[in-house]
Design a protein. Structure first.
Length: 549
C-alpha cells in the first residue's frame, strides 16, 4: 500500500521525473476521500481516480490506461496530491471533458505561428475567412444601405466567385454566411425607432439578395426560404408595434405606394406589403382592407383596371373583410383565368346563387378544355342541391359522370335528364366506352351490366357475354338471363373459351346450371367443349355435379 507522504521514495527517480511532466486537469473530490482528475500524456488523456484514508494511505486507485500496476498516471496524480496537501483545492464541479488533440497542439503554438497559418489558410478558404471576420471583426451598431449591400455582396462572392451556377452545398454555405453577416443588421433594423428608415433599408437588403438570385442559378429552394423567413421576422416585428397610430401611418404610406404610384414596383416591395397584411391581426387587416376598398372605389369611377393576378390578391383582402358585395362589379369573370374566376364565384355564391350559376355557365361555355370545367360543375352541383332542381342536377351529373362512373348517377341522369336527344348520345357513348374496357377493368363490366339491368335489357346482356365477362357478374344476373332465353344463356356460358374466375364463383355458376338444366343438356353442351384456359376445368366441374363423370 502506498502513502502519499512517502510516494516519491517508492519509485525510481526516472519514473518520478516522467510523472511530474504530465499535466493534471480538472482535479476534484467526487465524494469524501475519493478524488478524480484527467492526466494528459502527449496527445492522450486518461481518467484517473484515487481513494485515501485518514492516514493518507492510498486504499484504491484506477486509471483509464488499463494498467494493472500503479501506473505513471496514478503516480502523477499521487505526487500532485502530496504536493497540494491531498489536493483539496477549489475546483469547478460539473461535467469533465477530455482535451482534444487539436487543443493540445494549439496550447503549444505561439500567437505568431497561429497568425501565419491562418493567413495562409484564408488565402484558399474565402468562406472561412468571411466566417472569421464575422466572428472576430469589429461589431457595428448601425448600417447604411451601402454597407448592407457590401455585406451581401461579399458573403455571396466568397463562395460563388464569378460562377453563374451553384450546387446545393454551396448555396448552404452562402445562406450560413448571410445568416451570420446579417444578424447585427437585422438587430439594428428591428431596434431602430425610425421605422421608415428601417423599412427602406430592409427593402434594400431584400432587393440586393434578389438581384443575386436572378444573376446566379441557385440549386434548390434554400435561398428563397432564407428570404421568406427573413421577411417574416422583420414584418412580425413591425406588426407588433405598440403604437397603433404609428403603425397605421407606416402601413398607409407603403400601401399607397402600391395603390397610387404610377411607377413600377419591385417584387420584393410587393411581397413586403402583402405580408404586412397577411401577418397582421384583425384590426390591422381591417385597416389595410379599408385603404384598398377606398382606392378601388376611386378606380371604379375613373375606369382604372389592374391586371388579374394583382386583382386576385386584392379580392382576397376585400372578401376577408366583408367588402365584396359593394365592390363586386370591379371583379368580373375573366376569360381563361380559372383560379381568379373560382374565387370570384365563391364570393358571389354568398350573395346570389342565380348569379353564381350564370357565372359558372359563362366560364364553362368559354373554356376550350373540358378538364378546366370540372370545378365549375362541382359548384353548380352544390347550387342545384340547395335549390332542389332535378333536371339541372342531372345535367351536372352527366357532365361529371366520367369522374364517378357511378350506376346511381347514371340512373339519376336517365330519370331526370330533360333533353332526350342529349341523353341518347350520352347513353351510347357510355355503353361503348364500358364495352371496350371489359378486358382491362372488371368495374366497367359491372357498370355496363348494371345499366342493362336497369333498362331490363337482358337480351343485350346475352349478346355481349364473352371470355372477358367475369363469372361473378354472370352470377348476378343468371336467373334473369335464364328466364329471358334458356338455350341462349346455356350457349353463352359454354361458348366461353377462357375462364378467369375464382373457384367460388365457378361453384356458384355450376350449381345454378345443374339446378336448371337436365343431365342430357349439360352433357351435350360440356362433354366435348374442352377449349382454352379454364374451360376444361369448368366443364368437368359441371359434368361432375350433374353426375356424368
Amino acid at each position: 500500500m502506498y502513502n502519499l507522504s512517502d510516494l516519491q521514495n517508492q519509485f525510481s527517480k526516472q519514473k518520478i521525473n516522467k510523472a511530474k511532466k504530465l499535466s493534471i486537469r480538472e482535479f476534484e473530490e467526487s465524494e469524501k476521500n475519493r478524488f478524480v482528475c484527467f492526466v494528459d500524456e502527449e496527445a492522450a488523456s486518461y481518467d484517473v481516480g484515487m481513494t485515501i484514508d485518514a492516514k493518507a494511505e492510498i486504499t484504491e486507485y484506477s486509471c483509464e490506461c488499463g494498467s494493472k500496476d500503479f501506473c505513471i498516471h496514478a503516480l502523477a496524480m499521487g505526487i500532485f496530491m502530496s504536493e497540494n496537501k491531498t489536493g483539496k483545492t477549489a475546483s469547478r464541479r460539473g461535467p469533465r471533458k477530455k482535451i482534444s488533440e487539436t487543443e493540445l497542439v494549439m496550447e503549444d503554438l505561439n500567437s505568431e505561428e497561429l497568425k501565419s497559418w491562418l493567413l495562409e489558410f484564408f488565402k484558399k478558404n474565402k468562406d472561412a475567412e468571411m466566417q472569421f471576420m464575422l466572428s472576430f471583426g469589429q461589431k457595428k451598431k448601425e448600417f447604411s444601405e451601402a454597407e448592407i449591400s457590401e455585406l451581401i455582396k461579399n458573403a455571396i462572392a466568397f463562395v460563388a466567385g464569378k460562377r453563374k451556377s451553384l450546387t446545393a452545398p454551396e448555396v448552404k454555405k452562402i445562406v450560413d454566411l448571410l445568416t451570420k453577416a446579417l444578424e447585427p443588421v437585422e438587430e439594428y433594423l428591428m431596434q431602430n425607432p425610425n421605422k421608415r428608415e428601417s423599412i427602406k433599408r430592409f427593402l434594400c437588403l431584400s432587393e440586393q439578395i434578389s438581384l443575386y438570385t436572378r444573376k446566379i442559378l441557385f440549386a434548390g429552394t434554400r435561398m428563397d426560404t432564407f428570404q421568406k423567413k427573413l421577411r417574416a421576422r422583420f414584418i412580425a416585428n413591425l406588426n407588433h408595434m405598440k403604437d397603433f397610430d404609428l403603425w397605421k401611418e407606416m402601413a398607409a404610406e407603403n400601401w399607397y405606394l402600391f395603390l397610387r404610384s404610377k411607377e413600377a414596383m419591385t417584387f420584393d416591395f410587393y411581397y413586403f406589403i402583402r405580408e404586412l397584411y397577411h401577418d397582421g391581426n384583425s384590426d390591422q387587416k381591417m385597416y389595410i382592407a379599408g385603404l384598398v376598398r377606398d382606392e378601388i372605389k376611386v378606380w371604379m369611377k375613373i375606369g382604372f383596371d389592374l391586371r388579374t393576378s394583382l386583382k386576385q390578391d386584392l379580392l382576397e383582402i376585400i372578401a376577408e373583410n366583408g367588402f365584396f358585395a359593394e365592390l363586386q362589379s370591379y371583379f368580373p369573370i375573366e376569360r381563361y383565368q380559372n383560379s381568379y374566376n373560382l374565387q370570384v364565384i365563391s364570393e358571389i355564391m354568398k350573395i346570389d346563387l342565380k348569379k353564381a350559376e350564370k357565372a359558372c355557365k359563362m366560364v364553362i361555355e368559354s373554356n376550350v378544355d373540358e378538364r378546366f370545367n370540372l370545378p365549375y360543375y362541382e359548384i353548380l352541383g352544390k347550387i342545384y342541391e340547395t335549390e332542389g332542381c332535378p333536371a339541372d342536377m342531372a345535367y351536372i351529373k352527366r357532365k361529371r359522370f366520367w369522374e364517378t362512373l357511378s350506376l346511381d348517377d347514371y340512373i339519376f341522369i336517365a330519370e331526370n335528364e330533360a333533353d332526350a336527344e342529349e341523353f341518347k348520345k350520352f347513353r351510347n357513348r357510355v355503353l361503348a366506352f364500358l364495352k371496350n374496357s371489359f378486358f382491362n377493368y372488371k368495374e366497367t363490366t359491372e357498370l355496363y351490366f348494371g345499366i342493362l339491368d336497369y333498362e331490363k335489357n337482358y337480351k343485350k346482356m346475352l349478346d355481349v357475354i364473352d371470355s372477358n365477362t367475369p363469372t361473378s357478374v354472370i352470377n348476378l344476373y343468371a336467373e334473369k338471363l335464364y328466364l329471358t332465353h334458356k338455350n341462349k344463356f346455356l350457349m353463352a356460358v359454354r361458348s366461353r373459351n377462357e375462364w378467369n374466375s375464382t373457384e367460388e364463383d365457378e361453384e356458384v355458376l355450376a350449381d345454378f346450371l345443374t339446378s336448371k338444366y337436365d343431365a342430357g343438356q349439360l352433357e351435350d353442351s360440356f362433354a366435348k367443349k374442352y377449349y382454352g384456359f379454364g374451360s376444361d376445368r369448368f366443364s368437368k366441374k359441371v359434368l361432375r355435379k350433374a353426375g356424368l363423370s
